[in-house]
Ligand binder design. Structure first.
Ligand SMILES: Nc1ncnc2c1ncn2[C@@H]1O[C@H](COP(=O)(O)OP(=O)(O)O)[C@@H](O)[C@H]1O
Ligand SMILES: [Mg+2]
Length: 398
């Protein structure tokens, strides 16, 4: 059918034509936002799930919902290998500039600017020039993030409160925060919650974040909710495909929908890709299951070239080997010992490789001694990418 009218949208963070099956998560977020806006206590939330399940899309939706009820939205994406202070400070500066417009908040905003200036100096972040009242004491500048970040956030929270406003901090790719940054954030939100200040955080990241924050601070679990973002159920998957097609005045047969459910296993990224390619190959409405089958090759090819490939290309040959050995064992999770064995090596000697892959966000540990892919169906991709794989020869082993 006409590709110009194709409603589907595969792509990282691309808003889907139909956001199916996420009502509960969005409702919980809305309730938290309203409660905090009204000065009531509520936990911050960390959305956790594999790649391509729709976390970024949800975070953006939460940001929109927050904006509608009058929040100042700060959107951050943790870049690999950069410190939180470097991108947080400039973002908070623009928040404070907006809060500064409220006459009654002038004094607390100026105080918060003092904290921001101290913070930026202590962590060597350039945030440009801005004028603050003379004699404003320098704050949040001890150089210890676990002290300065809470002090900075408290000052921002007081400024927001004085302005009758509220601030939501959205942090995507939380797994790339290093432990010290994550720990400081947790301490900061603990302090904010205790004071009932109107600042809340929504994070999104890979499932290993739950363990990371647990290690970061034992009270993380009391402080944060960890809604899990999984594949869509059968009904939601069908809805995500059928509604956009109907929206374009076309139809899709029930067995075509069943087939899409079974090939995509309900993973949002995959269903967008399958929806897109199926639409393009279908000669006419209604879309049939034959069309879904005919689209499989181009849909898989598109995923291999984008969604999977970008991850694969960031791997060293040794890391590729590790993941290929995992893939040889099936979809997983696998015992780390079994993977080492498939590589002809010991668990101890593959430990650093595995840690590196966790840092890169390629694998995670669902339970002690277990390893799983963070990208759904990555085992199938690895087997396609390296079809005739052999464990490395003994001579290459270390
Ligand atoms: N609830 C949903 N229903 C249908 N498609 C969705 C849904 N959530 C996300 N998508 C689609 O899935 C893809 C991946 O979404 P994204 O938010 O980037 O995932 P993540 O951040 O978890 O990797 C996008 O193409 C998006 O349009
Ligand atoms: Mg994302």
């Amino acid at each position: 059918m006409d590709p110009l009218r194709n409603p589907f949208s595969p792509g990282a963070g691309a808003p889907p034509p139909e956001l199916a099956g996420r009502e509960e998560i969005l409702e919980a977020a809305r309730i938290a936002l309203h409660r905090i806006r009204a000065g009531r206590s509520e936990k911050s939330q960390m959305l956790l799930g594999l790649r391509g399940v729709g976390k970024t899309v949800l975070l953006n939706k939460i940001g929109e919902a927050a904006e509608e009820i009058g929040y100042h939205v700060v959107m951050l994406e943790a870049p690999e290998g950069q410190r939180l202070a470097a991108y947080l400070a400039p973002a908070l500066k623009s928040t404070l500039l907006r809060l500064d417009r409220a006459e009654k908040a002038k004094e607390s905003v100026s105080h918060a600017f003092g904290a921001l200036r101290g913070f930026a100096r202590a962590f060597k972040v350039s945030i440009g020039e801005f004028s603050i009242a003379m004699g404003e004491p320098s704050l949040a500048d001890s150089g210890n993030l676990e002290i300065d970040l809470p002090a900075l956030f408290l000052a921002v929270g007081q400024a927001a409160k004085a302005a009758d406003s509220s601030v939501v901090i959205l942090v995507d790719e939380v797994q790339y925060l290093n432990e010290a940054d994550l720990r400081a954030l947790i301490v900061a939100f603990h302090a904010l919650a205790q004071k009932g200040l109107p600042v809340v955080m929504f994070g999104a990241g890979l499932p290993q974040v739950a363990a990371l924050s647990g290690e970061a601070k034992s009270y993380a679990e009391r402080l944060f909710d960890f809604p899990s973002v999984g594949p869509l159920g059968t009904e939601a998957t069908k809805q995500a495909i059928e509604q956009p097609i109907r929206g374009e005045g076309a139809e899709i047969s029930p067995d075509a929908l069943d087939r899409i459910v079974s090939v995509t296993k309900g993973y949002p990224y995959f269903l967008q890709e399958w929806g897109k390619h199926t639409w393009n190959v279908a000669p006419r409405s209604p879309v049939t299951s034959g069309d879904v089958v005919a689209a499989s090759e181009s849909a898989t090819g598109a995923l291999d070239r984008s969604f999977f490939r970008v991850r694969f290309d960031r791997l060293t040959p040794r890391e590729q080997d590790y993941l290929r050995a995992m893939a040889a064992l099936g979809s997983g999770p696998h015992r780390s010992g079994a993977i080492a064995e498939a590589l002809g090596r010991t668990v101890e000697s593959t430990g650093p490789l595995r840690s590196g892959l966790i840092k890169k966000g390629m694998v995670w540990s669902p339970a002690h001694g277990e390893t799983a892919f963070t990208v759904p169906l990555f085992d199938e991709f690895m087997r396609r990418a390296i079809p005739d794989w052999q464990p490395p020869a003994a001579a290459d082993r270390r």
